[in-house]
Ligand binder design. Structure first.
Ligand code: ZN
Length: 278
């Protein structure tokens, strides 16, 4: 499919926040990767950030998307409150993961928290991750009931059912932060790399991961780093598929109503690494 070229204005309102208070995650690092064009643009933005007197920037970026998407989209400023909430959401995830790593977990009163959410849910982040039993998001981010909206399929793949679930969270629960969380030593990624004959339903999972593996195979990656690189690339691939196959989520991202971050969980250390600039 021939890609349509869309020119977007990417606004950097986050930079104004930098001057006010330090954040563990710099607001300008909040981004999604939608092909190398966006990545390059983010690199440029980060360079601009270093220059004095550049509190708010406007950048023109060319993005390649599928013909499925509307031919023209205008970028809008996210509201200041929304910017702050996204920064605080990411900091909350980061701090929760730190507690998980150190074992210094916050005290949870499940009985009280269960009652609090009987009449409605307001999760602050959506997490798409693998079904692997070693990667439970609520534990990894030291959260409790009603705080994370989680979609889990082997290989953290996104099919239409997964996307429908994310769209529900964005449109009806007004959750603005989406984290796609891959993990080291992912069995689904390993199986796809090794190939072979899969039963039909497992083959469906492998098909979602194959483009990431194919992309990595075009690079000169040492065999020892192959799976790890495929895990990372698969996170980017699932974000790309999300944006390609969900016009609702793509539009939300363009309007600044949805921020998407890739990340990888390390089984041994318990640490989540956010893929900013990787
Ligand atoms: Zn996995």
């Amino acid at each position: 499919m021939k890609p349509t070229i869309i020119t977007l204005l990417i606004i950097l309102p986050f930079l104004s926040l930098l001057a006010q208070e330090p954040h563990p995650i710099a607001p300008s690092e909040i981004h999604t990767r939608l092909g190398t064009q966006i990545s390059n643009a983010i690199d440029e933005m980060n360079k601009e950030k270093q220059k004095p007197g550049h509190e708010r920037q406007t950048k023109q970026v060319t993005v390649y998307v599928s013909d499925k998407h509307p031919a023209s989209v205008s970028g809008e400023h996210p509201a200041a409150d929304e910017e702050r909430s996204i920064v605080s959401n990411l900091n909350r995830l980061t701090e929760g993961n730190k507690r998980f790593v150190t074992g210094n977990l916050k005290r949870k009163d499940f009985a009280a928290q269960r009652k609090e959410v009987v009449n409605g849910q307001h999760p602050y982040a959506i997490v798409i991750t693998c079904s692997d039993s070693r990667v439970p998001p609520e534990m990894i981010f030291d959260e409790s009931i009603g705080q994370l909206f989680v979609i889990r399929l082997a290989g953290n793949v996104v099919d239409s059912l997964a996307l429908g679930s994310v769209e529900y969270a964005v449109e009806h629960l007004h959750t603005h932060t989406l984290v796609v969380l891959g993990h080291e030593s992912c069995g689904a990624v390993k199986a796809t790399v090794e190939g072979g004959h899969f039963p039909p339903n497992i083959a469906a999972i492998a098909r979602h991961i194959e483009p990431a593996v194919a992309a990595v195979r075009t690079r000169k990656i040492p065999e020892s780093a192959l799976i790890s690189e495929c895990v990372k690339e698969n996170v980017h691939e699932q974000i790309r598929l999300t944006m390609k196959n969900s016009p609702i989520l793509f539009d939300a991202m363009i309007k600044g109503e949805l921020f998407v971050l890739g990340s990888v969980y390390d089984l041994a250390s318990g640490k989540v690494r956010f893929l900013t600039g990787e």
